[in-house]
Design a protein around this ligand. Sequence first.
Ligand SMILES: NC(=O)c1ccc[n+]([C@@H]2O[C@H](COP(=O)([O-])OP(=O)(O)OC[C@H]3O[C@@H](n4cnc5c(N)ncnc54)[C@H](OP(=O)(O)O)[C@@H]3O)[C@@H](O)[C@H]2O)c1
Length: 288
Amino acid sequence: MKKILVVGSNGQLGNCIRKIAPDFEPHYEFIFTDSQSLDITDEDQINDFFYDQKPDFCINASAYTAVDLAEKEKEKEKAFAVNTNGVGNIAKACADYKTVFIHVSTDYVFDGETNLDYSEDDFTNPIGVYGESKLKGEELALENSPKTIILRTSWLYSEFNKNFVKTMLNLFSQKDELGIVADQFGQPTNANDLAEAIMGIIENPNKTFGVFHFSNYPETTWFEFAKKIAEFSKSSVKLNALTTEQYPTPAKRPKRSTMCLDKIEKIYKIEPKHWENSLEDCVNILSN
Ligand SMILES: NC(=O)c1ccc[n+]([C@@H]2O[C@H](COP(=O)([O-])OP(=O)(O)OC[C@H]3O[C@@H](n4cnc5c(N)ncnc54)[C@H](OP(=O)(O)O)[C@@H]3O)[C@@H](O)[C@H]2O)c1
């Protein structure tokens, strides 16, 4: 039986993996840890845990994901502790125990200043602290662990934790009218689809390591995303399109961080789903 360690499993992705884990047992044994039981910033704790458990796979579902808060000087340190040094700690332990390391990163490693879809080899240039800390984490993962698979994803949501879909549903129940940014483009991704993609990679006997992009498709804007959430939840809220300038945030966001999904489809035969179908599934879960 192969052992899969899922660290940071109380987040969106962790909960989605927990949801499908029974489909893969008893062929795989899952070990779910959270920030209390296994703090990835504590190198000794990570080493002791790997020594005891010797997992075959480690999925890093943990991250510091507060994009705006990360811009504050005091928080910056936390973002780098988790998204950079914590990832380095896991990668080193994975190398010691020949564990396959599946790490999750973000489209925010790109600056968003292109009209072409980003491929895995494209030039990275994060424009915020969160993206910078995630990019440095990618580098440490690849440098320290030869069996690393990095999945960059974008605009993640699910029925769990905090995310754009849940925020919108909450606001729709309180407001008659809302302004939503309509000039930033990206690919919403249901974390349940990401969890399935990760298990698809684990199940594939031919592992190709390196960086992959995974999201739902095609691209859209936050405004169109919100409109579909309203439609699927049968909300009568009035949505108004805003420019980025009309909705300033502490962290700058890429204008267009759309990623090309061909590599994961070609190598791992993982077909991305249309974002509207995946969104409808999530809104249905949240509305019932
Ligand atoms: N959310 C998005 O829109 C988005 C977009 C692109 C990429 N991603 C990436 O996708 C991945 C999954 O994101 P998500 O949205 O599922 O994250 P999430 O819901 O914010 O969950 C992150 C989890 O990490 C845990 N964590 C934080 N510090 C930790 C530490 N030192 N040790 C162990 N666990 C720790 C948190 O635990 P506590 O709650 O106890 O702190 C939390 O349960 C991340 O790599 C993220 O960067 C996310």
